[in-house]
Ligand binder design. Structure first.
Ligand code: GLP
Length: 246
């Protein structure tokens, strides 16, 4: 897996935005898979700017989100539906018919997972999958131990993830479960951009790059991917030893 290290968060975000924009310019009907969290905000901001000032169009693209909390309605302020609307989909010319976020409020989560996985299949391959990384190495909501052959499914969130995400929720209590796109679904993407920023990600980044490929460190799966690139700022790269491509 190639790693690109940028001086700071802004530079990293701009670089990722250029990759995504370049893909869209080359193939306007690209299929993108997208993350939430703090890390991708700079990328979304930059893409929105490119849309507004340079006319970058998203009208023919298809978007899939990686995950959603189970039990949250799409209008819950901590839902990923609201996050994506506020930070990205609501600010560009995305076609609502081609925007997919798992329905966390579904009465039948298993059926929703099947529906979601089928929608991904129907869209064809994911052209670009953008990922953040959890401090424990999770990607999407695939927590340590997630099988590499897993598909979209309901998962239990780890205590540590719930703690980190707790401040988004009343009484500091994050939901216990989520729907996430699976590891194999992510792996099937033609290209993967894994983003990490800040010293609190440095340990997970080092483990991803330098330890064994193992289900206990989900992001390490991407080392076997033919076209996965790690985008880091210097802080996130600070625990890496030698041998990382610049
Ligand atoms: C969240 C999301 C992930 C995200 C990760 C890191 O729980 N489910 O998709 O990549 O945690 O988030 P952040 O970028 O805020 O550190």
């Amino acid at each position: 897996m190639k790693a690109r290290v940028y001086p700071d968060y802004e530079a990293m975000s701009v670089a990722v935005a250029y990759v995504v924009a370049g893909k869209l310019e080359e193939e306007p009907s690209s299929v993108l898979m997208l993350p939430t969290g703090i890390t991708p905000l700079g990328v979304y901001g930059r893409l929105v700017e490119m849309h507004r000032s340079e006319g970058l169009s998203f009208a023919n693209a298809t978007f899939f989100n990686l995950d959603e909390y189970l039990g949250l309605t799409p209008d819950h302020r901590a839902s990923y539906h609201v996050y994506m609307q506020e930070h990205f989909y609501g600010l560009i010319n995305a076609d609502p018919a081609r925007v997919f976020v798992p329905d966390g409020a579904t009465p039948d989560p298993e059926a929703e997972c099947e529906r979601y996985e089928a929608a991904i299949r129907e869209a064809g391959e994911i052209d670009v999958c953008v990922l953040g990384i959890g401090r424990n190495g999770h990607i999407g909501f695939n927590e340590p131990g997630a099988p590499f052959d897993s598909r979209t499914r309901v998962v239990e969130l780890s205590e540590s993830t719930r703690k980190i995400n707790a401040s988004d929720f009343e009484a500091d209590r994050a939901p216990e479960r989520a729907i996430t796109v699976g590891m194999a679904t992510i792996f099937d993407s033609k290209s993967v951009l894994l983003l990490a920023s800040g010293t609190n990600k440095a340990g997970a980044v080092a483990a991803t790059v330098e330890d064994d490929v193992s289900e206990s460190m989900p992001a390490s799966m991407l080392r076997n991917h033919p076209n996965a690139v790690l985008f880091l700022d210097e802080a996130a790269a600070s625990d890496l030893g030698h041998g990382v491509a610049g």
